[in-house]
Design a protein around this ligand. Structure first.
Ligand SMILES: O=C(CO)COP(=O)(O)O
Length: 128
């Protein structure tokens, strides 16, 4: 558990409060010294308010999901925790689909809801 392990967190507007709560709940796991957290812009800004260090990408609609997809493709991001809102539509849906596809192409663990995200964090030691 010494090698750097980059985790991306992303939340749609309707799920941002859940994400902040989730990150807070999992602080002890996420603040391990080798874990780097990156996020889409607005999600990252919210998570920073609880004292978590986050490297912020662009906001989702401006290309943040696409930037994270590129990092997955390059082998930099090793896990994606994405709290999608299934009840809202997004102008950047093509970027969201691209991110999901790229995770599948590169066999990178991707959670699209909180329950799965929790299981992935509990399984983190298996992956590192
Ligand atoms: O739109 C998003 C994911 O598709 C999230 O982006 P923000 O965190 O910038 O709101």
């Amino acid at each position: 558990m010494k090698k750097k392990f980059e985790i991306a967190i992303i939340a749609h507007d309707g799920k941002k409060a859940d994400m902040v709560q989730f990150v807070n709940k999992n602080k002890s796991i996420l603040q391990a010294e080798n874990i780097i957290i990156i996020a889409t812009g607005t999600t990252g800004g919210k998570v920073e308010t609880i004292g978590i260090k986050v490297k912020k990408m662009l906001s989702g609609p401006l290309g943040g999901d696409a930037q994270i997809a590129a990092r997955v493709a390059e082998g930099k991001t090793k896990m994606v925790l994405f709290f999608k809102d299934p009840n809202s539509s997004h102008p950047h849906e093509p970027d969201i689909s691209m991110l999901i596809r790229i995770c599948d192409v590169h066999n990178v663990p991707l959670a699209t809801n909180e329950a799965t995200a929790q299981l992935l964090l509990f399984g983190l030691d298996e992956l590192k």
